[in-house]
Design a protein around this ligand. Sequence first.
Ligand code: PXP
Length: 241
Amino acid sequence: MATLGVNIDHVATVRQARGADEPDPVWAAVEAQLGGATCITFHLREDRRHMTDRDLPPLKASVNVKLNMEMSIAAEIVRIAADLRPNQCTLVPERRAERTTEGGLDVVRLRRRVAPAVKRLRDRGIVVSAFIEPIAEQIECSAELGFEAVELWTGAYSHAHSPAGLRAELDRLRDGISVGQRCGLEVHGGHGLTYRNIGPIAAMSGFGEFNIGHSIVSRAMFVGMRAAVRQMVDLLVQFEP
Ligand code: PXP
């Protein structure tokens, strides 16, 4: 089964909405692991709108599976990641006005700024992944820049509704996986994946990891984090290629 990364940011979003100390994203990470998560994903944003610096040491200490930090290439954040040494850093675009990460990082346009961040993190023994759109030029450039993995943005798939639109997005992702594999990259997928749309994506060969946040945390409000993660794991097993 592909690695399931559970993104716990939204738990911290609820906490920050009240400026309180609950719900605790570290507790969510523990529950997610008990439900079968094989990776815990979090995003330390420059504006600290959900996860904060204080969350990082207890999170690192509590996660016994892969720890994946989503992050921008801002110097301050790269320094924090290099000190924390999660297993993996996924470089993402970050715009302050956005509600969530919108689209992939343009590694082609930003290559001069991305390259030193990749080097600094890899020198610390961290696997570095690029969150990019499934476009051959972006994938090939990621390999050239020293990334070991790419996370293909599944947002367009999640927004497609017509059968033809869905087919086109699945084809783009399938092509992206082939290019990634040809370049020797590990290929991940994420963004907008839900209990309802995961089937065709989970059934595709080549995805080694999925990162899912909103849908799992939403369901966790009603059934609890452990059960919500277990239900997603069951779907990944059911649709496994
Ligand atoms: N992967 C990346 C790189 C992301 O930035 C996000 C959103 O934080 C996700 C996956 C999870 O997206 P969603 O919350 O839509 O499942």
